[in-house]
Design a protein around this ligand. Structure first.
Ligand code: UGB
Length: 444
């Protein structure tokens, strides 16, 4: 150690005041000191590398199979909030769910326990595609509904991996196990008004989660084509109707809309840099059986049956608020057509090989109806008079109307919605009554 002193004292002399004029001392004593110095540096370097490897091992360990029940319990409370994953039997389930005859698609569906995700997963499975679901089963709305959808998918032999799209190690593992041809990315924080209450969840799911997913897709070999859920809300404060894909989308009225708009820009980047084939779908107020309890048609049904007041929004000048309500089966057809026509990603292992498709489509119904009309249809179907309350639309992200121009989707996807609101709500109410009125379940 004493040998170090001259060096440190030499260094203590400070850096040269004039850069480039540092005088090199060539005495043998200094060579000796330098040898000491370099071997010490080597030792420090290799210790550092060794320590790094140990840390890396511990950091990556959740992706390797947990060896015991107690390991699995620990993982549940570790940095990954999702259920434990990995291990031979888990991989077997993943492979078998995604297995497919040659020529069919192998699709990873994120948000598979969600409303649109569960319908799309079933439709893909029914036509013979390989499907693996991914869902974090969060409690934004009643998770038991998500579990019931999961049970439905299990009956169709679709396995839903329990995990978050932000879990990069899990995504890497899934792509290691299955060479997905397509990803249908529907996992998101939905709901326009909730963004005022929990803004962070929108950034986490709709921005960070989307980037995490694109990162995994761009690194995968082969790269899949990605179809993902954007939203009609990106049209924001536009007043020109119907909304066309080429219209401006730079005036979002809610943070939800802003995160979807951000997603569209992020999609452009990943398409541009990595050659990912990406299709964004702007959904217009999708409704139907197995729907989302946070949406108006769903909780209106519940509240009409309970005799509670129904707040019907109107514009500040007492004008009607209207939506281009779109039935789930029509949207599912649009999703499948988007997957079928996606075109290939061109990159591999993170390197772009050429230009790839970047598309965005409106999936709406082209016939907006006032919310009051929706309530009237529900009254008729439920045979109960609603306790209507006209309320000024709160300034919390809602827009007064939406109306889709679907000519692009019609041309490129053959998209043609066929279900009007009365027909679609009839199917929803039938499902609602059988699901909740069986006496076993509570609608909260
Ligand atoms: O197209 C989308 O991209 C979005 O569609 C959906 O948003 P919205 O069109 O706002 O649906 P939803 O809440 O069912 O309100 C329906 C109507 O009822 C009105 N409304 C609502 C609540 C209320 O208490 N009273 C009322 O009149 C309200 O003003 C509105 O006119 C999805 O939730 C969203 O995740 C996103 O996918």
């Amino acid at each position: 150690m004493s040998q170090l002193k001259p060096i440190s004292s030499h260094m203590d002399g400070g850096a040269p005041s004039t850069p480039g004029k540092f005088k090199v001392d060539k005495s043998p004593f200094v060579h000796h000191r330098l040898r000491w110095h370099s071997s010490l540096a080597k030792l420090a370097f290799w210790s550092f590398v060794f320590l790094g490897l140990i840390l890396l091992f511990f950091y990556r360990s959740p992706s390797s199979p947990p060896s015991s029940a107690s390991d699995r319990r620990l993982l549940r409370h570790s940095s990954h909030p999702s259920a434990p994953w990995g291990g031979p039997s888990w991989e077997k389930r993943v492979r078998s769910s995604a297995r497919v005859r040659s020529g069919r698609l192998t699709v990873l569906v994120t948000g598979a326990a969600g409303f649109i995700g569960s319908h799309v997963s079933l439709a893909l499975r029914h036509r013979g595609d390989g499907v693996l679901g991914l869902d974090n089963f969060n409690d934004y709305y009643d998770p038991s509904l998500k579990r019931a959808r999961q049970a439905l998918l299990e009956r169709a032999r679709v396995f839903i991996v329990e995990g978050d799209v932000n879990d990069a190690a899990l995504l890497t593992k899934l792509f290691d196990v299955v060479p997905f041809t397509h990803v249908m990315h529907l996992a998101a924080q939905a709901g326009v008004r909730y963004a005022m209450k929990n803004p962070a969840s929108y950034i986490h799911s709709n921005v960070a989660g989307l980037v995490s997913l694109f990162e995994a897709c761009k690194s995968a070999n082969p790269q899949p084509a990605v179809v993902w859920a954007s939203s009609s809300s990106v049209y924001g404060l536009n007043s020109k109707v119907p909304f066309s894909e080429s219209d401006r989308t730079d005036r979002p009225a809610s943070l939800y809309a802003a995160t979807k708009k951000a997603g569209e820009e992020i999609a452009h980047t990943y398409n541009h840099i990595y050659g990912l084939s990406i299709t964004g779908l702007r959904f217009f107020t999708v409704y139907g059986p197995w729907g989302r309890p946070d949406m108006a048609y769903f909780f209106f049904t519940k509240d009409i049956l309970r005799g509670k007041g129904i707040p019907i929004f109107e514009t500040p000048d007492h004008g009607t608020v209207a939506r281009d309500f779109t039935y789930i089966d029509d949207v599912v057809k649009g999703c499948l057509a988007s997957l079928d026509t996606a075109g290939k990603s061109t990159g591999s292992g993170g390197k772009k090989r050429g230009p790839a498709p970047l598309r965005v489509f409106n999936l709406g119904n082209t016939s907006p109806l006032p919310v009051a009309k929706l309530v009237g249809i529900l009254e008729r179907l439920l045979k109960v008079k609603a306790n209507r309350m006209m309320v000024k639309m709160p300034r919390n992200g809602d827009v007064p109307f939406t109306h889709a121009n679907i000519s692009l989707a019609a041309k490129e996807l053959g998209y043609k919605p066929t279900t009007d609101l009365a027909t679609g709500l009839k199917k929803f109410v039938k499902w609602y009554l059988s699901y909740y009125d069986s006496g076993k379940r509570s609608s909260g």
